[in-house]
Ligand binder design. Structure first.
Ligand code: ZN
Ligand code: ZN
Length: 342
């Protein structure tokens, strides 16, 4: 009898422990160790659907375009304590200087956004800065592990050139960096923050997904990076579909001085809407964030989707006018262009 009582207490203890773990698990952490969005809805496109879309012969394949490349403002870049500025290197890659830190977002400075060196989306606009033109880098942020945002050759080179640089990455991605012998890595869950030299850097939710192979879908997280120091605040949204997360970011972190918002890779909508905003949705994101100014990114570099490559900036202008906003609040810039953040 005594044995039965002890055994029952033991079982109850185990059940209680399991339930406590379940209750303490954030809702975007799934039981199987993968992650989901704040809505609880994950990207449901199967690899077969992705393959069928990519290999569809009737698909509109946009042509590359010879975009203007301008020289970055090296006078400002090399005297970083003079100003707060961003330089668009291309796609989601910016050099961001906030008077205290030199930050690189989603650095990609090589030829392809692909697991292969011989195939996959090829860069048709050269990077606005090359490796030798970059100043010392203090912080690298990675929004998620898709190949157009996490380039193995680029991060290896940046780590080699900047042994002190800190790589801030989504939860679940640190191991990948350690496997590349990049040791100075901090992985963050949504709403966690890391402070570097007076800048508080917070990882925020967005609506997207992750994958680098056929077997690792959503095993690491995705998100945006919010930076705040005594001078100002800036957010880089990485890759995202339109989501109420933007309102929540505004609620928790306040209005943002400057936002880097993706505006490209949105066609066909039936396929891309979940993961990528079109310019109209990006304009709503700008409003939801209560951002003072923004630059549209994630266009003009790799052909990933079906819209003409010159379309995102045009549709963005239309969307801004439609919302009766001043045109200079949410702009696109040339590759290599340096924008002063004042
Ligand atoms: Zn992505
Ligand atoms: Zn992307």
């Amino acid at each position: 009898m005594r044995k039965i009582v002890i055994f029952s207490i033991f079982i109850l203890f185990i059940i209680n422990n399991i339930m406590a773990q379940e209750n303490s698990r954030p809702s975007h952490h799934l039981k199987d160790g993968t992650f989901t969005n704040t809505t609880g809805i994950s990207n449901n496109k199967s690899y077969k659907e992705i393959y069928n879309w990519i290999s569809d012969k009737s698909r509109n394949k946009p042509a590359p375009y010879d975009f203007k490349i301008v020289s970055p403002n090296f006078d400002l870049i090399n005297h970083a304590n003079k100003s707060k500025n961003v330089t668009w290197i291309g796609h989601a890659t910016f050099l961001y200087q906030n008077q205290e830190l030199n930050i690189l977002t989603d650095p990609h400075l090589t030829l392809r956004a692909s697991p292969f060196s011989f195939a996959g989306p090829k860069r048709y606009t050269p990077p606005g800065m090359n490796f030798d033109q970059l100043p010392n880098i203090d912080v690298v942020t990675i929004s998620h592990n898709h190949y157009d945002h996490l380039d193995i050759k680029t991060v290896r080179r940046i780590a080699k050139d900047n042994p002190e640089a800190i790589f801030l990455v989504p939860l679940g991605l640190k191991k990948w960096f350690l496997n590349q012998s990049i040791q100075n890595v901090v992985e963050l869950d949504w709403w966690e923050e890391h402070v570097v030299k007076g800048t508080t850097i917070t990882f925020t939710p967005v609506q997207h997904w992750s994958s680098r192979t056929l077997f690792d879908r959503n095993k690491s997280l995705w998100g945006g990076w919010h930076f705040k120091n005594k001078h100002h605040s800036l957010i880089h949204l990485g890759d995202t579909g339109y989501t109420d997360d933007f309102k929540e970011i505004n609620k928790r972190l306040g209005s943002v001085d400057f936002a880097l918002i993706p505006v490209g890779a949105y066609e066909p909508r039936w396929f891309m809407k979940f993961s990528h905003m079109d310019p109209t949705e990006a304009t709503q994101a700008f409003i939801d964030l209560n951002a003072k100014k923004a630059i549209g990114m994630h266009w003009g570099c790799f052909i990933l989707t079906d819209e003409p490559v010159t379309e995102p900036p045009k549709l963005l202008k239309d969307a801004i006018v439609y919302k009766s906003l001043p045109e200079d609040l949410f702009i696109t810039v040339s590759h290599g262009e340096t924008v002063i953040l004042d």
